[in-house]
Design a protein around this ligand. Structure first.
Ligand code: C5P
Length: 252
């Protein structure tokens, strides 16, 4: 079955797993991308570049228009600062937010607890709270450079275990680490969000640990985050359709 012959429900189950990273320099450019992918993509990741340029008002406006937003600001600071920032992110109406698991258990627990409490108190939807393990742009050498003398996978697994212990909803991790994470963590509802996804037509850019969309889903990833292969494509809609077709191959 080709992507275009799927039912609407099948299509939405596939597209919901694809998060396009809006790694662009302005609100105007972000709107151009969203318009081009209108009706196909409903979830976008807003990271440091766009948040710094377009600000929280833009995030709120987009969330109010019905777009699901993964606010990827990778908080990492003292527990109370991260907790307060995460509560403000929840108030913007984002669907998912994240923090570095390297910030430790006190930071993660305080932030998750405060966000959930604030959402109940103010009647807000509780965002999914995700821990970042090891960036997909890092390899063993990059870890060694900052004094972490161990294998990437061991570091990822320990951080994933800590994240689960702190009651977060899941982790951001390379698709290459999904199987060991699933083995290490008994929770079937533990989400794995995978960047570093490269369709066959794209280059790796600075990502060092990459997988194709189909392989990442087969490995058990819940959400795929894809930026440059879509954003830099000459025809973004065609790029997304080709990625969705690749993802679709999993259910055939
Ligand atoms: O362009 P590309 O597909 O490599 O974009 C991946 C996106 O995912 C970027 O916005 C990057 O900041 C983000 N990300 C990542 N690795 C993580 C967490 C987030 O690449 N561990």
């Amino acid at each position: 079955m080709t992507y275009s012959s799927k039912t609407k429900q099948q299509v939405s189950q596939i597209t919901e797993k694809l998060i396009v990273a809006l790694d662009v320099e302005s609100a105007e450019m972000a709107h151009t991308v969203i318009d081009e992918l209108q009706g196909v993509i409903g979830t976008y990741k807003i990271g440091l570049q766009l948040f710094t340029s377009a600000g929280p008002g833009f995030v709120r406006e987009l969330a109010e228009s019905g777009v699901k937003i993964f606010l990827d600001l990778k908080f990492h600071d003292i527990p109370s600062t991260v907790a307060k920032a995460a509560v403000e992110a929840a108030r913007l109406g984002v669907w998912m937010l994240n923090m570095h698991a390297l910030g430790g258990s006190e930071m993660m627990k305080t932030a998750a607890g405060d966000v959930r409490e604030a959402c109940v108190k103010d009647n807000l939807a509780v965002p999914k709270i995700i821990g970042v393990t090891v960036l997909t742009s890092s390899n063993e050498r990059a870890l060694n450079e900052i004094g972490i003398e161990r294998k990437v996978e061991d570091q990822v697994l320990d951080l994933a275990r800590l994240t689960a212990k702190c009651g977060l909803d899941g982790v951001v991790a390379s698709a290459l680490e999904i199987a060991p994470i699933r083995n290490a963590i008994g929770r079937s509802d533990f989400l794995i969000v995978s960047p570093g996804i490269r369709p066959d037509f794209a280059t790796n850019n600075d990502q060092k640990r990459v997988m194709t969309p189909e392989a990442a889903l087969k490995a058990g990833s819940d959400y795929l985050v894809i930026g440059r292969p879509v954003i830099d494509a000459p025809n973004r809609l065609s790029a997304v359709e080709s990625i969705l077709a690749d993802m679709e191959a999993v259910s055939e």
